[in-house]
Design a protein around this ligand. Structure first.
Ligand SMILES: Nc1ncnc2c1ncn2[C@@H]1O[C@H](COP(=O)(O)OP(=O)(O)OP(=O)(O)O)[C@@H](O)[C@H]1O
Length: 235
């Protein structure tokens, strides 16, 4: 039987006060099972990144509960959140967030500073097909290669959950598909729970679950028993 990896219970996130108040996430509830490949879909401003940030322990709800791996993230203090992120979560960002002055290898090996028992940087670069590029600096690599380094860096933490905020947003479609396929395989072959935020509806075809947001609310949640392989979609 599958185990619940993530649970949002009636979560609200309000930014600002008074007239400037913005309800970014408005009473949102959903569950994600371990090993699922989930896409959070919606237009700009729908609240997707805010959901992802609360899920990854980078932000806290104004109301409601966020439970990840059985732990109530929404009740953690800053020290606990830091530990939670180090142990549980791998992040992949739209613009890679690599450190320009460090090589691919060094960018991945850096994870040891956050998590002592992190996985071997050479092995992680091998897994994303970049073993031969390890001594290059980010500026010497293509966007797709840089994103693969950032995937290797996320994997080095050996995280249960991988979060991607528009991870293919800065890539051309061909390169984006390679990255998407790599992320899908982490769920289908390695059993990671992978959760991506995107406004690209084509990604939904590859997901086990699609959480569609609009104006801070859930518009629909659809499950897909036979998701397409990322290799077979086009956009
Ligand atoms: N730190 C913040 N302070 C104030 N308002 C914020 C903050 N973060 C997000 N918001 C607001 O909350 C709403 C939801 O933002 P969010 O970034 O979650 O949307 P999104 O669906 O991820 O959009 P995009 O696809 O453009 O990234 C927006 O109206 C945004 O302006």
């Amino acid at each position: 039987m599958s185990k619940t990896a993530v649970e949002f219970k009636d979560v609200v996130r309000v930014f600002g006060k008074g007239d400037g108040q913005q309800i970014a996430v408005d009473h949102v509830s959903f569950t994600i099972e371990e090993g699922e490949f989930v896409v959070i879909l919606g237009r700009s401003g729908a609240g997707k990144s805010t959901v992802l940030n609360m899920l990854g322990g980078m932000d806290k709800p104004t109301e409601g509960k966020v439970i990840v791996g059985g732990q109530e993230v929404s009740a953690m203090n800053d020290r606990q959140l830091s530990q939670f992120r180090a142990d549980m979560i791998g992040f992949i960002f739209q613009f890679y967030n690599l450190i320009p002055g460090l090589t691919a290898y060094e960018n991945v090996a850096l994870v040891k500073d956050i998590k002592k028992d992190s996985l071997d940087a050479d092995e992680m670069l091998e897994r994303v097909g970049l073993a031969d590029q390890k001594n290059k600096f980010p500026s010497q690599m293509s966007g797709g290669q840089q994103q693969r380094v950032s995937i290797a860096r996320a994997l080095a933490k050996d995280p249960k959950i991988i979060l991607g905020d528009e991870p293919t947003g800065a890539l051309d479609s061909e390169t984006g598909l390679i990255v998407l396929e790599m992320l899908q395989k982490l769920s289908t072959e390695q059993g990671n729970t992978v959760i991506l935020v995107t406004h690209n509806a084509d990604f939904a075809k590859c997901a086990n679950k699609v959480i569609h947001m609009r104006n801070g609310k859930i518009k629909s949640i659809k499950t897909n028993d036979e998701p397409a392989s990322a290799r077979d979609i086009e956009w």
